[in-house]
Every structure is written in structure tokens, then in C-alpha cells.
Design a protein around this ligand. Structure first.
Ligand SMILES: [Zn+2]
Length: 152
């Protein structure tokens, strides 16, 4: 590439608004990875008015329409209700991926990606929350979030 062309390229990049870097963590309202190295946990939200527990955080309580919540760490282990392998979805996902519903002792059913191939999972498996990559962002960097893995 000639120097003239290189200059032109730089100029046109400057004119465009610099795009913000894409996220690399999903999402602080859902998942906590303590910096002190203690185990990660999902964040449940208890309605301060009626006491209902929800995940993910609702904009208002589906039971009483209250808007004040207290965050509580959810159980790290649950039971796999069902799972499936999927082959198409958002860009940046590394297919096939395994997804599932996990029943927590708090009587919450969580949708999540599972770590490992679909064949490795059976209903009622004991699974545990972990930190994992769910896909890459538009800059090609991994997005970290919660996943569940089998307890061995
Ligand atoms: Zn409520």
C-alpha cells in the first residue's frame, strides 16, 4: 500500500466516531465474580415489599409491582431440568453450544449455557455455576459470564 493511500485511510478513520469497545463481561446485575477469589455466584433479587425472589432482576416485582429489591447470592449448585445442543444463534458463538435449565433450591429455574458437549448431560444431573466464555464480542474478545458445569 502506498503512503498516500495509508494517509487517506487514517483520515477517514478519524472522521468516523470512535466506537466504544464492546463488553467483555455479562452482566453485573446477574453474576458476581468476587475479586478476593471466593466462588462466583448468581444474584437473586428479593422484593422488599412482598418478599418474592427473582432472577434475573426484574424492573418491577411481577407479584406486587414493587420496585425495591435486595440482592441475595443464589445457591451455586442446582439440578439440571433439561438440556439441548444448539447449532445456530448469535454471531460470535462457537457452535454447537449446550444450553439448559437449572433448578436451584430457591425454587428458581435458571437458563444458562452448559460447559461441555450435550451428550455429557442428563436430566437431574447436579450442576454448579462457573465463570466461562459465552461468546466473543464484536471486537473478537471473549465475553465472560456464568455457565453451569457438571459436579463430578
Ligand atoms: Zn413484590
Amino acid at each position: 500500500m502506498g503512503k498516500e493511500k495509508e494517509k487517506e485511510g487514517k483520515r477517514s478513520v478519524k472522521k468516523e466516531k470512535q466506537a466504544e469497545p464492546d463488553i467483555t463481561f455479562y452482566d453485573r446485575d446477574l453474576f458476581e465474580v468476587p475479586e478476593n477469589g471466593s466462588p462466583p455466584y448468581l444474584k437473586g433479587y428479593i422484593c422488599k415489599k412482598c418478599g418474592q425472589l427473582d432472577f434475573p432482576k426484574p424492573s418491577m416485582c411481577p407479584s406486587c409491582w414493587g420496585g425495591d429489591f435486595e440482592m441475595v447470592p443464589l445457591s451455586r449448585k442446582g439440578k439440571l431440568y433439561s438440556s439441548a445442543e444448539i447449532f445456530i444463534g448469535q454471531p460470535g458463538m462457537n457452535f454447537p453450544i449446550t444450553i439448559g435449565y437449572i433448578d436451584l433450591p430457591e425454587n428458581l429455574r435458571i437458563f444458562a449455557q452448559l460447559e461441555g458437549e450435550g451428550e455429557g448431560f442428563t436430566c437431574d444431573d447436579e450442576v454448579e455455576v462457573m465463570v466461562g466464555t459465552i461468546r466473543t464480542n464484536r471486537d473478537g474478545l471473549p465475553i465472560t459470564s456464568y455457565k453451569f458445569k457438571k459436579v463430578r
